[in-house]
Design a protein. Structure first.
Length: 729
């Protein structure tokens, strides 16, 4: 790749990042203006953002983005000039157009700049235009007359000798009468609304994806719709459809068409869910499957004169430079940093240079001065300053890796609205705590679990508008994404006001699947019954139209959260909604831990100070054995006590009578525990390296920290220890 080509791609990446940030706030701005039409700044901000994107797209020669944003800009201009009312339908369609523009910009490095608007994009703009026409403020003859009189009055007021006023007024009245008669005699014809194609419309057509002919499997899929009959679905036809969809999804992914692959897998998933339910297949349920495919299939219909594309060449709409840029070795990995953070970092580095020079000077004086005692005191002070500065530098580096929760949440409103549109549902997505900062690595690892939970909330939580109306709810469902940061944890909350999880239904399912006996199921509390969705056995229990929980893959989400040393808690009320709370310790996002160093069985361990309640020295006679465990009374309270030998399966030398034992009272949200060790070494500030990549599945340890002299200390995971000890007693 030439230097110029790489620079162009870098500029496009910057354009996509800035435009994506701008578009992420537009749905909220549109909702703000919809709720308060006097908030002119909100609609002006939306207009300016789209106008800026149009200009930048023109600079880069991005034809499709420029055309799309230009037409959307025209509609927004009419809204802000009060020529169009922002109706509920128009609001949703404009937000859908913003989402589509965001998708186009996100893939800007993967397509040819001169690629024109797709049929899907044109249909989106047509829907916006049609709704804009319906929302056009009708100006009746009376308003026309009033406006003309106002303009005439302005002319009279500014004229030194107003003449001919009577004649002008006569002309205005005559014009008003003509318009009034014309409007009463004729009506405005509304344009027919363009809908998605039907399966019959696409029969016999050729389909091409990334230069590959996929007509065969698509024809098999279309055959399912043409041969379908209301009632129990044909398993053979359905199986053919699912296999063809999954095979074609793999092909489309190889060709780089991820939208088509997602639509295929979504359609296959929905069809399997329908087949697993007790419902017969009907036109309504079939449309749920078809609506996901219609627009994508229409886009892939090959024109009769389109020449085949060799698989050796880059696929149409994707340049060689773009392919290289997106390869594992060539795709730039960027993180945007605020300027003030860089200034803080530079100050820290400057301070370290000064301290380094102080060390050099001290070293020189120690070499020529035999009176080392004063120099050692001075060196101790310099070392203390150096330690403070290195800690400050480390914190600055950590802050450079911080991303806001808004960046993590940015794509989920669009995802939720897209799924809701496919399922004929209505919803709004609210984001709180977008300013909360989270470590970049945690943000990247949370993307997949949050995506799954958002899909479940929309698919199996939010009800259809008519169902919500019958239940006395607003037709539009609500999903909340919230981020918080406590002293020790990052907390992510996903809540919806949908159907909730029916605990009785979960008990019935557990019995039907043979997971529990009827007696065991009946003994479960409502909370325990709802938490059954976190078990693998419920991954096939979903239905599209029944309040049956949300178990598809929630066990995978739960395991993913646990792998990140986090905790997932769920609360739900049938008919009210469901809230899922994810908690992750802050130490997962930082490198330095302040802790207490212990020694036991010849090995050293670090206990984070955040988990320590009290440090004491207890006599062996105060330890009492109850059943299989030890308890100890500290300040009038009794705690379960355990030796590190038992926690970590280390050799134990036993406890001698009369001996005094170092004890550390630790706590977490799972409870309190007294840890017994051989000796204490005091406070240590250590840099922690994770162990999960080296020793996956290891329990009770949060990482390893290097010490001086080549020694290592293991950092204890207090929440895991307290939880495991609580289960065993």
């Amino acid at each position: 790749m030439t230097q110029t080509g790489q620079e162009s791609i870098d500029l496009l990446v910057d354009f996509a990042a800035e435009a994506g940030d701008a578009l992420s706030t537009l749905p909220d701005e549109l909702h703000s203006f919809y709720e308060d039409s006097s908030n002119a700044e909100a609609i002006n901000a939306v207009f300016r953002a789209v106008h800026s994107i149009k200009g930048n797209a023109g600079f880069f020669g991005l034809v499709a983005i420029k055309t799309f944003s230009h037409q959307l800009e025209n509609t927004l201009d009419e809204v802000r000039k009060r020529k169009i009312d922002l109706t509920d339908d128009l609001l949703r369609e404009v937000i859908a157009a913003v989402d589509r523009l965001d998708e186009m910009i996100a893939g800007v490095t993967e397509c040819e700049p001169t690629t024109p608007l797709s049929d899907e994009d044109r249909q989106q703009l047509e829907r916006v235009a049609q709704l804009s026409s319906l929302a056009q403020k009708s100006v009746g003859p009376e308003e026309q007359l009033l406006q003309a009189v106002i303009e005439l009055a302005a002319q009279i007021g500014s004229a030194s000798e107003p003449e001919g006023v009577a004649g002008q007024l006569t002309e205005i009245v005559e014009k008003y009468n003509t318009v009034a008669k014309s409007d009463s005699a004729t009506g405005e014809a509304q344009q027919p609304r363009t809908g998605p194609p039907q399966p019959a419309d696409l029969q016999g057509r050729k389909f091409v994806c990334g230069g590959q002919d996929i007509t065969g499997p698509i024809t098999e899929m279309l055959g399912f719709f043409s041969q379908y009959e209301p009632g129990p679905a044909s398993e053979a036809l359905a199986q053919t459809f699912v296999e063809s969809a999954e095979r074609t999804a793999a092909t489309s992914e190889e060709a780089g068409d991820l939208h088509f692959a997602e639509a295929l897998r979504g359609a296959a998933h929905d069809l399997k869910a329908i087949l697993d339910s007790p419902l017969d297949l009907d036109d309504t349920l079939l449309s749920v499957v078809w609506d996901q495919l219609a627009g994508q299939l229409a886009r892939l219909v090959a024109s009769s004169d389109q020449p085949p594309v060799s698989s050796e060449e880059p696929s149409r709409g994707q340049s060689r430079d773009a392919k290289t840029a997106n390869s594992a070795s060539g795709k730039p990995r960027l993180i945007r940093v605020r300027e003030e953070r860089l200034e803080e970092f530079l100050e820290c580095v400057s301070s370290l240079f000064i301290t380094c020079e102080m060390f050099k000077d001290l070293q020189h004086r120690m070499a020529v001065n035999h009176q080392s005692s004063p120099l050692l005191d001075e060196m101790r002070q310099v070392t203390r300053v150096f330690s403070e500065q290195s800690t400050s530098l480390q914190k600055s580096l950590v802050s450079l890796r911080q991303l806001t929760a808004a960046g993590l949440f940015s794509r989920f409103p669009r995802l939720a609205r897209s799924i809701a549109s496919q399922l004929s549902k209505q919803l709004d997505v609210q984001i709180l705590g977008g300013e909360v900062e989270i470590d970049k690595s945690l943000v990247e690892q949370l993307d997949a679990p949050l995506t799954h939970m958002i899909r479940n909330s929309v698919d199996h939580g939010i009800e259809l508008p008519e169902t919500r109306r019958e239940q006395g709810k607003p037709e539009t469902g609500q999903i909340l994404l919230k981020a918080e940061k406590t002293r020790t944890h990052v907390v992510i909350t996903i809540a919806d006001d949908g159907a909730g999880i029916d605990p009785q239904r979960m008990r019935q399912k557990a019995v039907e699947k043979g997971m529990l006996s009827e007696a065991d199921a009946a003994a479960l509390s409502d909370q325990q019954a709802q938490e059954l969705v976190l078990h693998p056995g419920f991954s096939t229990a979903e239905k599209l139209s029944d309040v049956s929980g949300r178990g598809v893959g929630m066990d995978v989400v739960h395991n993913s959260v646990r792998e990140l040393n986090g905790e997932l808690s769920l609360s739900s009320e049938a008919g009210i909604g469901t809230t899922i709370r994810l908690e992750f310790p802050l130490r997962e996002a930082v490198l330095v831990v302040d802790g207490l160093m212990l020694e036991h069985a010849g090995q050293r361990f670090i206990v984070p100070f955040e988990n320590i309640r009290e440090i004491a020295e207890v006599e062996a006679k105060h330890l009492q054995r109850i059943q299989d465990g030890l308890v100890i009374n500290i300040r009038g309270e009794t705690y379960h006590a355990v030796s590190l030998s038992d926690v970590l399966d280390l050799p134990s030398g036993g406890i001698a009578d009369g001996a005094k034992i170092p004890a550390v009272l630790v706590e977490s949200k799972f409870g309190t525990l007294c840890l017994l060790a051989d000796r204490l070494h005091g406070h240590r500030q250590v840099v922690v390296n994770g162990l999960h990549a080296i020793l996956p599945g290891i329990d009770n340890l949060a990482g390893v920290a290097p010490l001086g002299g080549g020694h290592l200390a293991l950092v204890l995971s207090v929440p895991d220890i307290v939880r495991d000890q609580g289960r065993s007693h």
